[in-house]
Design a protein around this ligand. Structure first.
Ligand code: MN
Ligand code: MN
Length: 468
């Protein structure tokens, strides 16, 4: 075979994987930087699901979105949202086609792994005051010690008044910390497996050390801390019983790398997809053909259960309300709908090649990562999109010039994961997983590539703008 014929055959028949930087245009590079600046600001404003919802509503209202109330008359082009208990958000722009043609959905989550306070958190030991925590989501416990932490959340009083807590969130604020053993005395701890070296019950937040009252009294540091909290929030110790307080890294998002091509932050999983979906919806220049919807869900990291999770009927209720306004049965709308389940995937990490299958991994700078299925132990817990749905997204993305890749999460036997895709698919909605590849997923400080963030935003736009 001639050399040129061979080359032609190879180019025609074989997949060409390309680094996104060899594909992206100069104009897009500057749009990417602008987009990522907005994303970093979104991360800094929303370190918990409640703060994330608040920031998303602020952005949505600035783009003309209004709160939806049941029975509201809606016409083509209208922009509405429903906030579910301050912790999840559903937005819709009514399309030109009726809901009987289905909706174009994106579903991302805005909860991230963290340390929640227990219901009776405050105690004193050895004249130091602490909060007990209970970790939320799949954390590697050893990563959460000796870090500056901030505490956010709400304390709800019996009369319904809500105290908003923010300790360590502002510049100049004191921070909290969880201490770790010094290496000099770590010999026994060093021998334990990583998963056991830091027991959950040692993840206690250090709050203070300065006693009040006379030296014959006991519990003086705890009382001093309680006095400070009372002065600031008007609470007593009992009020912790009805509180949601979350300790998160007190670290803002920043560029990573000498070339500034990456972003390091707490909570990329899954605010990186949530922001892409939200921003794509808010940036729509024309009324979409089909109704475009963005769902920002809570509770994904602990199974999507509960009233604010993706399994909650809150989603069906909103959909039913929208459908009722057009006299369309909900089931007829669902079966014609498409959902991009937008969640992060693992990026190949050259430091740990053993857990990855190189031919089927997502790589930094190769664009938004599609996952036909997630799951573990033989695809358990995956919705496993059909080939028709994957083909549909391939076409959408290629037509819109989106840089994308398709992969799995690690080697078959290495583990696995899951997300909200199956809960959408269970509703008879064609669903495919896609999202940004992340390094150090679930760590207090995760890393993503700017190019992948931007391509994910373009992917979301392509979903909303789809005509079919
Ligand atoms: Mn996730
Ligand atoms: Mn996660």
């Amino acid at each position: 075979m001639e050399k040129s014929a061979y080359k032609e055959l190879k180019e025609t028949l074989l997949t060409k994987k390309k680094n996104g930087y060899d594909l992206i245009s100069q104009e897009e590079l500057s749009a990417m930087e602008t987009y990522c600046t907005g994303y970093k600001a979104f991360l800094n404003a929303g370190k918990t699901e409640r703060l994330c919802v608040r920031e998303a509503i602020r952005l949505a209202e600035a783009a003309g979105y209004q709160p939806y109330t049941r029975g509201m008359a809606l016409k083509t082009g209208d922009k509405v949202y429903v906030c579910n208990r301050g912790k999840a958000l559903m937005l819709a722009q009514i399309g030109q086609k009726p809901l009987s043609e289905g909706v174009q959905l994106t579903a991302a989550h805005i909860d991230s792994p963290r340390l929640d306070l227990k219901p009776n958190p405050l105690y004193e030991d050895s004249e130091l005051a602490y909060f007990k925590t209970h970790y939320y989501g799949g954390i590697r416990k050893y990563q959460w010690v000796t870090l500056p932490l901030a505490l956010y959340g709400v304390i709800v009083m019996k009369d319904g008044r809500k105290m908003e807590v923010n300790i360590g969130g502002e510049a100049g604020d004191p921070r909290l910390v969880i201490t770790d053993l010094l290496p000099h005395l770590g010999a026994a701890q060093n021998k334990k497996p990583l998963s056991e070296a830091i027991p959950g019950e040692t993840l206690n937040l250090l709050l203070g050390s300065r006693p009040i009252g006379g030296e014959d009294e006991s519990g003086r540091v705890k009382l001093a801390v309680m006095q400070l909290l009372n002065e600031k929030y008007g609470i007593t110790e009992d009020d912790f019983n009805s509180a949601e307080l979350e300790a998160v890294p007190a670290v803002d998002a920043c560029d990573i790398g000498l070339d500034r091509s990456l972003i390091g932050a707490y909570g990329h999983d899954d605010r990186v997809c949530a922001y892409a979906a939200l921003k794509a919806l808010l940036d729509m220049e024309q009324v979409p053909q089909k109704t475009a919807m963005c769902i920002l869900a809570d509770k994904e990291e602990i199974g999507s259960d509960g009233v604010t999770g993706m399994q909650s009927a809150a989603f069906d209720a909103f959909m039913e309300d929208l459908c009722a306004a057009q006299n369309v049965p909900l089931r007829a709308c669902f079966e014609k709908s498409f959902c991009l389940s937008a969640d992060v995937t693992a990026a190949f990490d050259p430091n740990y090649p053993d857990v990855f299958e190189k031919r089927n991994e997502s790589y930094l700078n190769y664009g938004i990562g599609l996952c036909k299925y997630t799951g573990a132990r033989g695809k358990s817990g995956a919705s496993d999109a059909d080939a028709e749905t994957v083909a549909y997204v391939r076409r959408l993305f290629d037509d819109a010039g989106v840089i994308w890749q398709i992969s799995e999460l690690g080697k078959v036997d290495a583990g696995g994961g899951g997300t909200v895709a199956m809960y959408m698919a269970n509703r008879n909605i064609n669903t495919l997983d896609a999202g940004v590849p992340v390094l150090s997923m679930h760590a207090p400080f995760e890393t993503v590539s700017k190019l992948d963030c931007y391509e994910t935003y373009k992917g979301m736009k392509a979903v909303f703008q789809a005509e079919q």
